[in-house]
Ligand binder design. Structure first.
Ligand SMILES: Nc1ncnc2c1ncn2[C@@H]1O[C@H](COP(=O)(O)OP(=O)(O)O)[C@@H](O)[C@H]1O
Ligand SMILES: N[C@@H](CC(=O)OP(=O)(O)O)C(=O)O
Length: 437
C-alpha cells in the first residue's frame, strides 16, 4: 500500500483539487493525506491571534474574507447542484464553528481547534468531489488514530492499532483520505504536529502500516541542492539517504517537515518527493542506501537561531561540567542544535527561545554568558566519512570572506555546519553554491 501526501499548493485551487485525479489512481489501495488549502493555516493563525488579543471584530473580518475564498472555490469545484450544496453546508459549518469560538474563553486549546479546521475542510471537499464523480472513497478521521504523548511524540503503536482496525472495516475499498497535520494529545484534545506537519502524518502512517512507499507531492521536482528561493540554478537530487535527508530537513530545506524522515527511516519505508505540477519528473528518492559516497550533496539554512556562549575557568580540567550545563536545557525541554567547546568555554545554539531568560539565569551560575540573536546555521550535507578529506576546507574556503561565529564538523558523517549572523545568510548560501557545485 502507498501513502500519498499532497501539500497546500497541491490542493490550492479548485483546478488543483480536480487534477489530483491525474495522479491518484482510484483503483489502487492507498491512503491520501491532504494539507489545508494553501494560505488557510496562515489565515487560521491570524484569526486565533485576533481572538487571543481580544480583537473580535478583526477576527470576524478575517473569517468573512477567508470564507469568501472558499465560496469561490466550491463554485469552481463542483459541477452539480448537490455537490455544491454539500460543499456549501460544509464550509458554513466550519466557518460558523470558528466564529462561535469568539464567545468562549480563548486558550491555546481553542487555538489548536481553529488550526485543525483547514485540513478537515480540504479532505471533506475532496471526498465530496470524488463522490460527485462517482468515485468511492473513505474518509479516515485523523483525530481517531493520530496521537501524540505528553512529550509531543507520536504514539506509533496506537496509530498502528487504530489505523489497521479502521482499514480492516473496509476490505473492499481502495481510496482512503485523511487529514495531515492534526492529531490528539495525551489529554485527548485536538492538537497538531506543528507547521508543515502533514509530511510527518504521511511518514507516521507509512511507518505504522509498513507501507511500500510514502510519496510527498509538492510544487517542486524534489529536494534541490540549495534553497531555490534564495539561490538561482539549483538542481534536484535524484537520491538521498535517510540520514542526509534528515539533516537537510532539520536544517531548513522546507520541502520536508524536520521530523518526517525518522519514522520512515525507523521502519525502512522509502520516501519519494514528487511534483504535482510535473508528475512525470523523477523527483527525489530517499532510502536507506540512497546516498552517493564521497560527495557534497546539498546546502540548507536554518534561521532564527540564538547562540549562547558560556565562558568559565571552572571548566578547565573539570569533568561533569557539560552535563550540568546540558541538564538545564533538558529541564526546559529546549533542544540544542550545534555545540563547540574549548578548554574554558562552550558555545551552543537553540531555536526555541521560549525559556531563554530562565535558561540564561541558571547558566550564569557557571560563568560569563553572552547571547547572539538572529543567527543562521548553514548546513552542508554529504558523505564526509572518517576516510574522506578536503570537505571542511572547501566549505570554509567558500565563506572565507564572511565572519563565522561557530563551525561544526565531525558530529556526524553527513554534515558540516557553520553559524553566522543572519545578514550574511544569502551571501553564504550563494557563495557555497557557486564554489561547490
Ligand atoms: N532544498 C530545497 N529543495 C526543494 N524545495 C525547497 C528547498 N528549500 C526550500 N524549498 C521550498 O519548499 C517548497 C515546498 O514546500 P512547502 O511549501 O511546504 O510545500 P507543500 O505546501 O506542498 O507542503 C518549495 O516550493 C521550495 O520553495
Ligand atoms: N496546513 C499545515 C500543515 C502542512 O503540512 O501544510 P503544507 O503541506 O502546505 O506545508 C501548515 O500549513 O502548516
Amino acid at each position: 500500500m502507498k501513502i500519498l501526501k499532497f501539500g497546500g499548493t497541491s490542493v490550492g485551487s479548485a483546478e488543483r483539487i480536480q487534477s489530483l485525479l491525474d495522479i491518484v489512481n482510484p483503483a489502487e489501495r492507498q491512503i491520501v493525506v491532504l494539507s489545508a488549502v494553501a494560505g488557510t493555516t496562515n489565515a487560521l493563525v491570524e484569526i486565533a491571534k485576533a481572538y487571543t488579543s481580544g480583537k473580535k471584530d478583526e477576527a470576524k473580518d478575517l473569517i468573512k474574507q477567508h470564507k469568501d475564498k472558499y465560496e469561490a472555490l466550491i463554485k469552481d469545484l463542483f459541477s452539480t447542484e448537490n455537490g455544491y450544496k454539500q460543499g456549501k453546508e460544509l464550509i458554513d459549518y466550519h466557518f460558523n464553528y470558528i466564529a462561535s469560538l469568539s464567545n468562549d474563553l480563548f486558550t491555546p486549546t481553542e487555538e489548536k481547534i481553529i488550526l485543525a479546521q483547514g485540513e478537515l475542510m480540504s479532505t471533506t471537499l475532496w471526498h465530496f468531489y470524488l463522490a460527485e464523480k462517482g468515485i468511492p472513497s473513505v474518509l479516515l478521521p485523523a483525530l481517531d488514530f493520530m496521537k501524540i504523548d505528553e512529550d509531543n511524540e507520536p504514539v506509533v503503536p496506537f496509530i498502528k492499532e487504530k489505523l489497521e482496525a479502521i482499514l480492516a472495516e473496509h476490505p473492499e475499498n481502495m481510496l482512503f483520505i485523511t487529514q495531515g497535520f492534526i492529531c490528539r494529545n495525551s489529554f485527548g484534545e485536538i492538537d497538531n504536529l506543528r507547521r508543515g506537519g502533514s509530511d510527518y502524518t504521511a511518514s507516521l502512517i507509512g511507518a505504522a502500516i509498513q507501507a511500500d512507499e510514502i510519496q510527498i507531492w509538492t510544487d517542486i521536482d524534489g529536494m534541490h541542492n540549495n534553497d531555490p528561493r534564495v539561490v538561482k540554478g539549483t538542481t534536484p537530487i535524484a537520491e538521498l539517504s535517510f540520514d542526509e535527508a534528515a539533516e537537510l530537513a532539520y536544517f531548513g530545506a522546507k520541502i520536508l517537515h524536520p521530523q518526517s524522515v525518522f519514522p520512515a527511516q525507523r521502519y525502512n519505508v522509502p520516501v519519494r518527493l514528487l511534483n504535482t505540477m510535473d508528475p512525470k519528473a523523477a523527483g527525489t528518492l530517499i532510502s536507506q542506501n540512497g546516498g552517493k559516497k564521497g560527495a557534497i550533496r546539498a546546502i540548507a539554512a536554518k534561521d532564527d537561531i540564538t547562540a549562547i556562549h558560556i565562558h568559565s575557568s571552572r571548566m578547565l580540567l573539570a569533568y561533569g561540567f557539560l552535563r550540568r550545563v546540558f541538564e538545564i536545557f533538558e529541564r526546559y525541554k529546549t533542544p540544542i542544535d550545534m555545540i563547540t567547546t574549548s578548554e574554558v568555554a562552550v558555545s551552543l545554539t537553540i531555536d526555541d527561545t521560549k525559556n531563554l531568560d530562565d535558561i540564561i539565569r541558571e547558566v550564569e551560575d557557571f560563568g560569563k554568558v553572552s547571547v547572539d540573536r538572529e543567527q543562521t546555521i548553514i548546513c552542508v550535507v554529504g558523505d564526509f566519512g572518517a576516510n574522506t578529506h578536503g570537505y571542511a576546507a572547501r566549505v570554509l574556503d567558500a565563506v572565507k570572506h564572511l565572519p563565522l561565529r561557530m563551525v561544526s564538523y565531525g558530529g556526524s558523517d553527513y554534515n558540516v555546519s557553520i553559524l553566522l549572523d543572519s545578514e550574511h545568510k544569502v551571501e553564504g548560501l550563494r557563495s557555497l553554491h557557486h564554489r561547490i557545485f
